[in-house]
Design a protein around this ligand. Structure first.
Ligand code: FAD
Length: 461
């Protein structure tokens, strides 16, 4: 297969979720593969995204669980939390996982370069540290994204903030934190730090967090933040941040001033295409820096592809992995297939968490007109003895014409675990009758998904 005119059949830029999968599958199919990673193998997910974030979510739940265990007969002595100790454990696990990614690539025969790669032309890359020039027949851009921050002109004092990467470097637990943003990263960290004992204020420019999710899910999360003790300030942005003797003072667009120790900005992400040299290779970018691709992850240049967050499609780890796998199978494995971006299950690890697959009620009404809604809200069994008033909310969005389930939305403990399985049914085109015919599993919260029988009728109808 190898073309002697080039150093590599495939060169992958970026050792994150998408790049590592593509590199490994192409190498296993017999291609000569090189991969450059400028920071740490495993990328955002392993080093400063999903994995360390989920550990923080787990950690932040213990405090409340210990408190609630009294209802089950437990009495626990003095409780304390050591953030530094926890972070040592977290980073040890991240190091272990990152090393596994590195090893798996090398075991598959991929040449790994701990270096930054930039385009010289459409078949040539320069490695920045070593100065080495490499040629490749095919090139995959899998450089992911990074947190976006406003400039100092847009936000005076922005140099005092941290972004989501900075969260994983905090060795001390802040007493007070102000978070800007209403997306999933902002609300997840608001719960994490509130759970760990930080006084958290979330500032969001809209009126309800989690834009793009089902409206009732958004409301439930919004209320859940307040119940968790987070001060939620809506319809406001930051005007400035000032360093004071007492910490930092954030001035909001409303004129309100908030004293804090840490300011976390989680207001969006941008593709890592600055200085990548896409112009030298002739690769077209969108206005925001995303690489423009078609459904086969092909760019406008015939030997260059892009997968994962850099393409601005759906910024989730399993999506990047599948796009990378599809690319490698198609180009090197003789098994062409495309990533299907419909019905991707997704979770928001708030407390309680959100799990969702398919489309929202509003989107279904807009697209299909006539739809049936089934929903339920209940206090889960576990909370009956522990005094926790938190409720679980579930909603099924069903197309009236053929009873196909278009969306399943859950806010409650273990929602993510439930939705991964429900997603199989939705992907297969299950109808409400299939849900009804499925025997319940008792006692569980998930059984409510197959026992909702009464169509919801809006008030006044
Ligand atoms: C805080 C946070 C929480 C998240 N939580 C979840 C979650 O719960 N579930 C989920 O599915 N997704 C989550 N995500 C999103 C997920 O991490 C990304 O969708 C996923 O990592 C994208 O993979 P990727 O391969 O496209 O890019 P990345 O994983 O970002 O990998 C790109 C790699 O390329 C490297 N690179 C960049 N430029 C160059 C260059 N020129 N040369 C060499 N190397 C380069 C970077 O260092 C990086 O390692 C989260 C993200 C964040 C930030």
């Amino acid at each position: 297969m190898t073309d002697a005119a080039y150093d590599y059949d495939l060169f992958v830029i970026g050792g994150g979720s998408g790049g590592v999968r593509a590199g490994r599958i192409a190498a296993q199919a017999g291609a000569k593969v090189g991969l450059a990673e400028e920071y740490r193998m495993g990328g955002t997910c392993v080093v400063r995204g999903c994995v360390p974030k989920k550990f923080m979510v787990y950690s932040s739940k213990y405090g409340k669980d210990i408190e609630l265990s009294a209802g089950y007969g437990w009495s626990v002595g003095d409780v304390s939390y050591d953030h530094e100790k926890f972070m040592v454990g977290l980073h040890a696990e991240v190091d272990r996982l990152s090393a596994i990614y590195d090893r798996n690539l090398k075991n598959a025969g991929v040449d790994v370069f701990d270096d930054r790669a930039e385009f010289v032309d459409k078949h040539t890359l320069r490695l920045k540290k070593s100065g080495k020039t490499i040629t490749a027949k095919k090139i995959l851009i899998a450089v992911g994204g990074r947190p976006w921050l406003p400039s100092a002109e847009e936000l005076p004092g922005v140099e005092h903030v941290i972004d989501s990467n900075g969260v994983f470097e905090l060795t001390e637990l802040p007493k007070r934190m102000v978070i800007a943003g209403g997306g999933y990263i902002a609300v997840e960290f608001a719960h994490v730090f509130a759970g760990l004992g930080t006084e958290v204020c979330l500032v969001y420019r809209g009126d309800t967090v989690l834009r793009g999710f089902d409206d009732e899910i958004r409301l439930a999360v919004h209320e859940g933040l307040k119940e968790a003790g987070v001060r939620v300030v809506t319809k406001c942005v930051f005007n400035s941040i000032e360093k004071t003797d007492a910490g930092l003072t954030v001035t909001l667009s409303s004129g309100t001033e908030i004293e804090t120790d840490v300011v976390l900005m989680a207001v969006g992400r941008r593709a890592n295409t600055d200085d990548l040299g896409c112009d030298k290779a002739g690769v077209k970018l969108a206005g925001n820096g995303d690489v423009i691709v078609d459904e086969w992850s092909r760019t406008n240049v015939e030997n260059i592809w892009a997968v994962g967050d850099v393409t601005g499609r759906v910024a989730l780890t399993p999506v990047a992995i599948r796009e990378g796998h599809a690319f490698a199978d198609t180009e090197f494995g003789g098994k062409p297939w495309k990533m299907d971006h419909a019905n991707i299950p997704t979770a928001v690890f708030t407390q309680p968490e959100v799990g969702t697959v398919g489309i929202s009620e509003a989107e279904a009404r807009k697209t299909y007109g006539e739809i049936d809604i089934y929903k339920t809200k209940f206090r889960p069994m576990k909370n009956m003895l522990n005094g926790d008033q938190t409720r679980t909310f579930m909603k099924l969005v069903v197309r009236a014409s053929d009873q196909r389930v278009l969306g399943v939305h859950v806010v409650g403990d273990d929602a993510a675990e439930m939705i991964q399985t429900a997603a199989i049914a939705v992907k297969m085109g299950a109808t409400k009758q299939h849900f009804d015919q499925t025997c319940a599993l008792h006692p569980s919260a998930a059984e409510e998904l197959v026992t909702m029988r009464t169509k919801w009728v809006p008030e006044g109808v």
